[in-house]
Design a protein around this ligand. Structure first.
Ligand SMILES: Nc1ncnc2c1ncn2[C@@H]1O[C@H](COP(=O)(O)OP(=O)(O)OP(=O)(O)O)[C@@H](O)[C@H]1O
Length: 258
C-alpha cells in the first residue's frame, strides 16, 4: 500500500455486476468517496442502487472491478462496514438492546468486552433518542422507531464505511425530517465514510456533501454533483436560495437522463 492510498477513502473502480439471469444490472461504475465523506446516491427505481451497496457490503461475491478502502480491498475485514438496509434488518425475536448486542458480539467477542459492548449500546440508543425502547421487541415498534434502531446499530459498530439503503423512505414527512437531522448530528460527531441511497431529491441535497446521480439501467458513468447546501446550517438548508437552485439543477439532470 502506498502512503498516498492510506487515507484514500472508498474507491470503486469499474464495478460491473450481473445477476445469474439477464443483462448486467450495473456498470461499469466508478466512484471515489474521500475518507470521512458523506455522499448521497439518487437514481430511478431498478437502476442498481441497492446492487451497488450490496457489492460494497460484500453480499455479491461475483462482481467485476475493484472496491478498496484506504488502499485495501474492503472485503474480509471485520467491522469495516455498517449496513442499514431498506427493510431495517432487525431480528424480531430479540429486543432492541439484544439486536445491538448480537451485532456487537461479532466484532467485540468475549466476556471481557461485555462492558464495552453495553457502553456502546447505551451510548447509541441515547444518541438516537430511543433509550426507553431498549427492552422492546422490533415488531412492537413503529417504522420510524425501528429505523432508529437500525441506524443506532450501524453507528454502534463504529464502522469505517456506512452504507444506507433508502433508510427513511417509508416514514412520514415529519418523522423523516427528525431522523435526517438526528442522523446528520450523529454523523458529525463521528464522520464515518458514508454512502446514502435515496430516491428523494430533497433528502439527497440535505444529506450529501456530493450527490451521485445514477442513470436508468446503471449503464452510464455516474454523475457526481457538488453540493454547496451541505455546508449550511441544517435548519437553514430548506429555505435557502442554494437549496432552491440545487433542486432545479438535480431535476434537470434527472429530466435529461431518466
Ligand atoms: N437477486 C436478483 N436477481 C436478479 N436480478 C436482480 C436481483 N436483484 C436485483 N436485480 C435486478 O437488478 C437491477 C437493479 O436492481 P436494484 O435493486 O439494485 O435497483 P435499485 O436502484 O436499488 O431499485 P429501487 O430504487 O427500486 O430499490 C434490476 O433490474 C433488478 O430487477
Amino acid at each position: 500500500m502506498s502512503s498516498s492510498s492510506r487515507n484514500d477513502g472508498l474507491r470503486i473502480q469499474g464495478l460491473t455486476i450481473s445477476y445469474a439471469e439477464g443483462a448486467p444490472a450495473l456498470g461499469p461504475a466508478s466512484l471515489h468517496i474521500p475518507e470521512h465523506g458523506i455522499y448521497t446516491l439518487i437514481g430511478p427505481s431498478g437502476c442498481g442502487k441497492s446492487t451497488l451497496l450490496r457489492a460494497v457490503a460484500g453480499l455479491l461475491p461475483g462482481f467485476v472491478g475493484d472496491i478498496t478502502y484506504n488502499g485495501q480491498s474492503v472485503h474480509g475485514r471485520k467491522a469495516l462496514i455498517g449496513l442499514v438496509p431498506q427493510s431495517y434488518g432487525l431480528l424480531p425475536w430479540k429486543t432492541v438492546a439484544a439486536n445491538l448486542r448480537t451485532a456487537l458480539a461479532v466484532i467485540l467477542p468475549g466476556r471481557k468486552r461485555k462492558e464495552e459492548r453495553e457502553a456502546r449500546i447505551s451510548r447509541w440508543l441515547e444518541a438516537m433518542d430511543i433509550a426507553d425502547l431498549a427492552g422492546r421487541y422490533p415488531l412492537s415498534l413503529s417504522g420510524g422507531q425501528q429505523q432508529r434502531v437500525a441506524v443506532a446499530r450501524a453507528f454502534a459498530l463504529l464502522p469505517e464505511i456506512m452504507l444506507l439503503d433508502e433508510p427513511f423512505s417509508a416514514l412520514d414527512a415529519m418523522t423523516r425530517e427528525t431522523l435526517q437531522r438526528l442522523f446528520l448530528e450523529n454523523w458529525r460527531t463521528r464522520p464515518v465514510t458514508a454512502l446514502f441511497v435515496t430516491h428523494d431529491v430533497e433528502e439527497a441535497i440535505l444529506l450529501g456533501e456530493k450527490i451521485v446521480v445514477m442513470a436508468p439501467g446503471g449503464r452510464r458513468e455516474l454523475d457526481i454533483i457538488d453540493n454547496p447546501v451541505f455546508s449550511l446550517k441544517h435548519e437553514d438548508k430548506r429555505s435557502s436560495a442554494e437549496f432552491f437552485e440545487q433542486t432545479k439543477r438535480i431535476r434537470k439532470v434527472m429530466r435529461e437522463q431518466w
